[in-house]
Design a protein around this ligand. Structure first.
Ligand SMILES: NC(=O)c1ccc[n+]([C@@H]2O[C@H](COP(=O)([O-])OP(=O)(O)OC[C@H]3O[C@@H](n4cnc5c(N)ncnc54)[C@H](OP(=O)(O)O)[C@@H]3O)[C@@H](O)[C@H]2O)c1
Length: 291
């Protein structure tokens, strides 16, 4: 089976590319820089040279494929326009062909603050302007007869090196660990390798029109997370609570998700697809010491 991946050099995309290749899939992946070309070739993927901003320059080079996994995102104010341009060109390029399985990536932040409730698939999204464009992309994909769209909503992704959105960098630099907005807020988390398994399972068994949440740890307090990370690196716990407005000012509107208080259930993916994430709480994650 031939799979085309956008964002295949990213924190989610590279493990997905590696997972698919190790399970015998033929993987083609988009690369917009020399560095990305090198990474993807090293992983064993066929490289399609191109940029999501100019899909018409390269879409024809993909040829016959069975599935698209869409993970490319700039995290810039132009994300909505870029995504719409890519989707529109993709749909146009598929005209008259059989529908293509299209795996789209949402995310836990789309649910907004969930508080004590665990977000479930299909219960509607928060109306934050930061992710408005994404809902429009989903509508475009769902309304296209050319695509069979399935959505994955990853929790916040732990990287392989054990870092968690800069917390480990803070520890290494000897300073306080920055936590966003409120140390009692919860984040929902998923390990990148576990997540790559889910992308493959969705590709193999997911049903068009369905959405699947991907969380190993469904909700952990930021204070507990930071303290556990400190403990594992023999760093004395020293937290600095940063106002989310400052983070947004520094990183852009998309970063307001760091300030959410969230929990998310992934019971559906476990029940329907047999997904079995290995890392379901912070202590299991740290005991593996991914460094
Ligand atoms: N990471 C998380 O915690 C998380 C959680 C939930 C949802 N998500 C969602 O998952 C998706 C992927 O996130 P990520 O964390 O993997 O992002 P990432 O690490 O920043 O990777 C983004 C990928 O997109 C590619 N890209 C960006 N702009 C491009 C363009 N104009 N043309 C071609 N390629 C382009 C990048 O390629 P280069 O190598 O060239 O930069 C990279 O491969 C996003 O939709 C994000 O919202 C992420």
């Amino acid at each position: 089976m031939k799979v085309f991946v956008t964002g295949g050099t990213g924190s989610i995309g590279l493990p997905v590319v590696q997972n698919l290749l190790s399970h015998g899939y033929e993987v083609l992946a988009l690369a917009r820089s020399e560095r990305s070309v090198r990474l993807l070739k090293k992983a064993g993927a066929v490289v399609i040279d191109g940029d999501l901003r100019r899909p018409k320059d390269w879409l024809a080079q993909i040829g016959e494929i069975d599935v698209i996994v869409h993970l490319g995102l700039e995290f810039s104010p132009e994300d909505g326009e870029i995504d719409k341009g890519f989707l529109s060109a993709l749909i146009e390029s598929r005209s008259g062909q059989k529908p293509l399985r299209f795996i789209m990536t949402g995310g836990c932040w789309i649910y907004g603050n969930t508080g004590d409730h665990k977000a479930q698939e299909g219960e509607g999204f928060d109306e934050s302007e930061a992710w408005d464009w994404w809902a429009q992309s989903l509508e475009l994909a769902n309304s296209a007869l050319e695509l069979e769209t399935i959505v994955i909503h990853p929790a916040m992704v732990w990287s392989k090196d054990g870092n968690c959105f800069g917390m480990l960098d803070d520890i290494r630099s000897g300073g306080p660990v920055r936590v966003h907005e409120n140390a009692d807020h919860r984040w929902t988390l998923v390990n990148d390798e576990d997540l790559s398994d889910l992308y493959r399972l969705v590709l193999e068994q997911g049903q068009p029109g369905e959405e699947y949440n991907a969380a190993g740890e469904e909700g952990v307090c930021l204070g507990d997370l930071a303290r556990e990370l400190c403990k594992n690196h023999n760093h004395h716990s020293w937290l600095d609570v940063v106002a989310i407005a400052d983070t947004v000012r520094e990183q852009g509107e998309w970063a307001e998700g760091f300030g959410l208080d969230q929990q998310m259930s992934s019971e559906k993916a476990r029940r329907e697809l047999g997904w079995k994430p290995k890392y379901c709480d912070i202590s299991s994650f740290f005991s593996s010491r991914h460094e």
